[in-house]
Design a protein around this ligand. Structure first.
Ligand SMILES: [Zn+2]
Length: 326
């Protein structure tokens, strides 16, 4: 719908009567006003803390610019405010949980929870880097601004259809009672590529990120990335407990999404090579995917894909890039 203003991160609700749809839309709209922790489901092991003033400044700087960026790729930004960001405080967790994080057995930097309209961030995973935190906050916010649809289902036969179940988040499709998230890797790669572009376009104008960006520039010059998609996203300083030089080493954040982004860029290149009559550049193919993730219409991408690789190939791509969720 042109000119439609989202009242929450949810773009569309299917199933149920109009009344049930309206009630659910209102529920999602009101969620950010509720103060319940984003970690309510795991309240004995994960806890939330107040944001630091630096975190507030980073989130607000991003929020000020992200809507125009989302529109520039054909999307419709969702209303998103500071209260919807929840910071994980690992220090309050039992030692067993802290160790899982420390040894990288659990790798969690952040997430978007459509059901609660919340974004979670785990600063421990960003190792004191404001830039890495900003990157994580942008990535999760882009998920929130992406097309999101729910389907209303009945909890048990004969009951009203008041149970919203995830249907599509960005470029992903939920199937088999939420057991499989088709196209998950593609969705992550588009999101990550947009995050990097937002970084390039806006981060250097944010005063709070100035020092971190200078440090990153220095490291990037010394250590150029080997392959496309392997950019150094952020650098963290490590202070050693001695009187050596106070900053001895830098830790490089080789993006956890590198492989997904590299694979996706190869796909864009191949699609462009085989469809040069329809596109002026690879950028045109990327924009088709990005718009599809943000606006929800997958048909254009599906048509292009099947025209290029044959009937049924789009479905196979979905399976190949799926994430099993249970
Ligand atoms: Zn993601």
């Amino acid at each position: 719908m042109e000119g439609y203003e989202k009242t929450s991160g949810v773009s569309k609700i299917v199933g149920g009567t109009q009344e049930e749809k309206d009630k659910t839309a209102k529920h999602f709209e009101d969620l950010p006003k509720e103060k319940e922790s984003a970690f309510a489901d795991v309240k004995d092991i994960l806890f939330e803390r107040e944001k630091t003033s630096e975190e507030v400044e980073i989130i607000e700087s991003i929020n000020a610019k992200l809507p125009e960026f989302i529109r520039s790729y054909g999307g419709e930004p969702a209303p998103l405010n500071l209260d919807q960001f929840h910071i994980l405080d690992l220090k309050q967790s039992p030692i067993s949980v802290r160790l899982l994080f420390k040894f990288g057995i659990v790798r969690f930097a952040g997430g978007y929870l459509p059901e609660t309209q919340a974004i979670t961030l785990a600063p421990e995973s960003f190792r004191n880097s404001k830039l890495a935190f900003a990157h994580g906050a942008t990535h999760e916010s882009i998920h929130m601004h992406s097309f999101t649809s729910f389907e209303l289902k009945e909890k048990s036969p004969g009951q009203p259809k008041d149970n919203p179940v995830r249907r599509r988040i960005g470029f992903t499709v939920n199937e088999d009672q939420e057991e499989k998230l088709l196209f998950n890797d593609i969705n992550e790669a588009i999101t990550e590529e947009l995050t990097r572009r937002f970084d390039e376009q806006y981060f250097s104008d944010m005063p709070i990120l100035k020092d971190d960006i200078e440090l990153r520039d220095t490291v990037r010059k010394k250590k150029p990335s080997k392959t496309e998609g392997e950019d150094i996203i952020a650098v963290s300083k490590v202070n050693l407990p001695s009187d050596w030089l106070c900053i001895l080493e830098v830790t490089l954040f080789h993006e956890i999404y590198s492989k997904k982004v590299t694979d996706f860029k190869m796909l864009l290149k191949d699609l462009y090579e085989k469809n040069k009559d329809s596109f002026e550049s690879e950028e045109g193919v990327f924009r088709l995917f990005a718009k599809s993730m943000l606006k929800g219409n997958m048909l254009d991408v599906a048509r292009l894909y099947e025209k290029t690789y044959g009937k049924g190939s789009f479905r196979s791509l979905g399976e190949r890039t799926a994430k099993i969720t249970k």
